[in-house]
Design a protein around this ligand. Structure first.
Ligand code: ADP
Ligand code: MG
Length: 211
């Protein structure tokens, strides 16, 4: 089962991944956007890390909704409200339980991803974060490792796509041939989830951890 501390460690792992990969995310965004995706997420997840320390949440849901609020209030780019909505809606769907199963998280994350699609008006294939998040949610029903693999493949699969939403869509066909920054950061989030689950159970990388 995934308790409040699991969610704190997951969010902290995302913050660490964002710090390590910020330059790459910004570089991807410089090709088809405005070169701020890495710095946007850095600002947002530094704020998340701070607030988790200062006001430790009492439940898994509260951890995600608190983090989502921070992203919405600190990130100026499109990704702030979108990721903020993802975390808040996922948190809301978890209810007030003190621990949740992987299956419950998969369902809640599905609600979060649906809220992102509704807010941004995007669907799979539009070359956005949804191209990593939707396959990840589907695979999370199987295992954490399968979700991480699906998100990574989804991010890679954005390369040949033409962007149909967000800033990159202004480039039209010139957006083809570049990996989407948001799909790339989404894959980092899900990789951080799988790593956190691995650390929790002492499981191996073969996907049975926490099953
Ligand atoms: P901005 O585009 O405002 O500079 P960021 O650079 O932080 O914001 O984030 C860009 C990412 O946000 C894109 O790579 C894409 O994955 C995601 N994105 C943008 N618009 C949408 C949308 N309408 N729906 C889903 N994701 C979106
Ligand atoms: Mg940008």
């Amino acid at each position: 089962m995934l308790d409040t501390d699991f969610f704190r460690r997951w969010l902290t792992a995302i913050a660490g991944a964002v710090e390590r990969e910020a330059a790459r995310l910004t570089e991807l965004d410089s090709a088809i956007g405005d070169a701020d995706h890495g710095s946007n997420l850095q600002r947002g997840f530094r704020a998340v890390t701070d607030v988790l320390e200062k006001e430790p949440p009492a439940t898994p849901a509260a951890s995600l909704t608190l983090a989502g609020r921070q992203l919405i209030s600190t990130v100026g780019g499109a990704s702030g409200p979108l990721y903020g909505t993802l975390l808040r809606r996922t948190g809301k769907a978890l209810g007030d339980e003190s621990e949740v199963s992987r299956e419950q998280l998969a369902r809640a994350l599905g609600a979060g991803v649906a809220a992102v699609a509704q807010l941004g008006g995007a669907k799979a294939g539009d070359k956005t974060m949804l191209d990593a998040l939707e396959p990840a949610v589907a695979a999370l029903g199987t295992s954490f490792a399968a979700a991480a693999e699906a998100a990574e493949q989804g991010a890679l699969a954005t390369v040949p796509l033409q962007a149909r939403k967000g800033r990159a869509s202004y480039l039209g066909e010139r957006s083809i041939g570049h990996q989407d920054p948001g799909a790339t950061s989404s894959a980092l989030f899900i990789a951080a989830l799988a790593e956190t689950a691995d650390g929790t159970t002492g499981g191996t990388a073969n996907g049975t951890a926490g099953a």
